[in-house]
Ligand binder design. Sequence first.
Ligand code: URP
Ligand code: ZN
Ligand code: ZN
Ligand code: ZN
Length: 481
Amino acid sequence: MSTRKLIRNGVLVTASDTFEADILIEKDKITQIGIGLIPDERMEVVDAAGCYVIPGGIDPHTHLDMPFGGTVTADDFATGTTAAAFGGTTTIIDFCLTQKGRPLIESLQQWHAKAEGKAAIDYGFHLMIGEMNDQVLEELPQIIEEEGVSSFKVFMAYKNQFQADDGILFQTLQKAKEYGALVMVHAENGDVIDLLVRQALAEGHTEPIHHALTRPSMLEGEATGRAARLAALADSQLYVVHVTCAEAVEQIARMREMGYRIWGETCPQYLTLDQSIMDQPDFEGAKYVWSPPLRESAHQEVLWNALKSGQLQTIGSDHCSFNFKGQKDLGKDDFSKIPNGGPVIEDRVSILFSEGVVKGRITLNQWVDLCSTRASKLFGLFPQKGTLAVGTDADIVIFDPSVNRVISADTHHMNVDYSAFEGMQVQGCPVTVLCRGEYVIRDRQYVGTAGAGQYVKRNKYDAGAPIPMKHPVTAVNGGRS
Ligand code: URP
Ligand code: ZN
Ligand code: ZN
Ligand code: ZN
């Protein structure tokens, strides 16, 4: 197969521009973008007529092969990244969990072992910070500089499991400022939620809907505001994952207006599903147990408006899949034991196009920014990933906006026995997906290879000042050296 590919006749869409042009790929890079590029006999011509040609999606929030809630997520790096590719994503950043008392590097090595030889697309890791002590402080610079991990996740919820206190969060923010990293928070008030859950169970409320009722949006708003203020005090930067509600958006918007570096992500599920779906009979509601939970439908418009106005900047899938049978039913008699999370990695880009662009809520360029470019910039991958430009990785999606289809577990590629979006009509479909110039999906068929995905070392968080590019963001197969 030719290592030179010419994608012709498509409409290129980046975060800033929409224009008709052809793209020449040589090996793993884009080497020319121009109008009417002439093919030669050594080039493979790929016809993108009628399609958008966009940078490969970057999903900044996934949980693959992760132990959680007494079980392990249904998708590992093989099935999860294959499904991601079907959905137009060419890079994921997965959350590496850490263990108290154990070296951070040990956890990173575990996560590398999960991904190596399995991933079909490129991947990086965020690292969870659950404690602060001399060992963690000593390791952090090395994790950023040598391992290429420039984002840390702190949980403000999941009491007695992952939850860190405000002191840990604050010190992580201070160190992130000092070393050039981005702190991510799961913002919910875990202490109060823990109390509300115990009270609900004591009153005999065991059904899935009580998961939502014991995690009110006010507690997400409170934690979001608290984290944002701690970031401001530390003069640091903060990225709030999976924002679900008006109260949290308000806090982020207010702090951003004051000039603080606060960023927010939401997810397709919070934009399209509401809490009423959790109140179905026969334990069906368990399929929709996320933390933070689905909200009342009025919050959806607030989230869409926040994406449109730039108050929220990215879309993550928070892909964390568990089978309905055999996993979600761990909480059959107690909602607090339902593994939290759902399958979204494959539907992220398409739902944002169909519900966002087609319905006029966001523009084409915002779609690309939200699903790819902004995450690339925030997480140290730009410009090698997240845009279409000469010299960048040829991570490219040919997206046909004319395809109409219905999302279903019968046709999806995630390793899970239900779809959270079952029956949803979507317009548009990624038809061909290339990662570093190699086909992963071709004409809607998987042609990729487990293990072809490469670990990507990421650059430091750039707070605006030019920071020297320590890592050239050239993907190194499995390499950490
Ligand atoms: O319910 C969720 N979101 N599960 C994944 C873990 C997390 O909190 O991101
Ligand atoms: Zn979370
Ligand atoms: Zn009840
Ligand atoms: Zn998550």
